[in-house]
Design a protein around this ligand. Structure first.
Ligand SMILES: *[C@@H]1O[C@H](CO)[C@@H](O)[C@H](O)[C@H]1NC(C)=O
Ligand SMILES: *[C@@H]1O[C@H](CO)[C@@H](O)[C@H](O)[C@H]1NC(C)=O
Ligand SMILES: *[C@@H]1O[C@H](CO)[C@@H](O)[C@H](O)[C@H]1NC(C)=O
Length: 225
């Protein structure tokens, strides 16, 4: 089991390198701030999407996608919506992988230094599944209402995939490239859809260990994107 896990991790790292190499030669980078972020963007095969069908903020549930991924929609009036599902290593034990699925919407601003800040409303929420955490932290849902700064963003034309966007996190590490699925943003209603409800344990999602099993089959922390 341990051998299999190490192999999986090494394979993941190798696949990650190959992917980065394959994607580091986009055709045309648009100079910063000259192209609009407006549109509906999603990484990989688009399993994770903004808009209808991913998250239900009213009862704080998710329809779990088959793979991890990231999707953001932006409109030109300054509204965004973000959906994401990612796997994080637990650090202590390679068999322990944490799954975090989240949704938020709100307003965004392009700052004078070119960075991007997202200001979610308090109806944002995320579900954390960590089979190796203490019992009351294995599977919970919490309000997610934290502003996020992205140091940089880029829009470019990829010769095979088309128009792509990439966000760079607060520490400048890049998020997976997202393809523009449409020029029209795909969003739930642009208003507060629920009040913040704090943290609740989730007894409805079966077995938190499915996160670990699923992610061992997936080669990247962001899924097979
Ligand atoms: C949550 O709301 C959605 C959309 O109305 C519904 O399809 C789903 O069954 C609800 N889930 C639970 C657990 O209530
Ligand atoms: C750019 O501006 C934002 C917002 O003011 C700030 O959070 C961020 O740290 C700045 N980035 C750099 C590299 O100075
Ligand atoms: C959400 O964040 C905003 C801005 O930081 C804050 O004013 C508000 O009180 C927060 N709401 C909740 C429910 O935490």
């Amino acid at each position: 089991m341990l051998v299999l896990t190490l192999f999986t991790v090494l394979a993941a790292l190798a696949a990650d390198k190959k992917l980065v190499a394959a994607q580091s030669h986009p055709d045309t980078f648009y100079p910063h701030n000259t192209s609009s972020l407006e549109g509906f963007w999603a990484s990989g095969r688009g399993d994770v999407r903004t808009g209808d069908g991913f998250a239900n903020p009213i009862n704080r549930t998710f329809n779990y996608p088959p793979n991890a991924g990231l999707s953001v929609s932006f409109d030109n009036s300054g509204w965004f919506e973000l959906s994401r599902y990612r796997y994080l290593p637990n650090g202590k034990d390679p068999n322990c992988i944490k799954g975090i699925i989240g949704w938020m919407h709100g307003t965004y601003e392009i700052n004078s230094n070119g960075s991007l800040t997202m200001y979610p409303l308090e109806d944002g929420f995320q579900q954390v599944q960590d089979p190796c955490a203490g019992k009351s932290f294995q599977n919970f849902i919490e309000t997610y209402n934290t502003s996020e700064v992205y140091q940089k963003w880029q829009i470019y034309e990829d010769s095979s995939a088309g128009t792509m966007a990439r966000l760079y996190q607060y520490d400048s590490s890049p998020l997976p490239p997202m393809k523009r699925l449409s020029e029209t943003p795909n969003m739930l209603p642009r208003q507060k859809l629920a009040n913040a409800t704090g943290t609740t344990n989730d007894n409805t999602t079966s077995d938190a260990t499915t996160v670990t099993r699923r992610s061992l089959f997936s080669l990247l922390l962001w899924g097979s994107n």
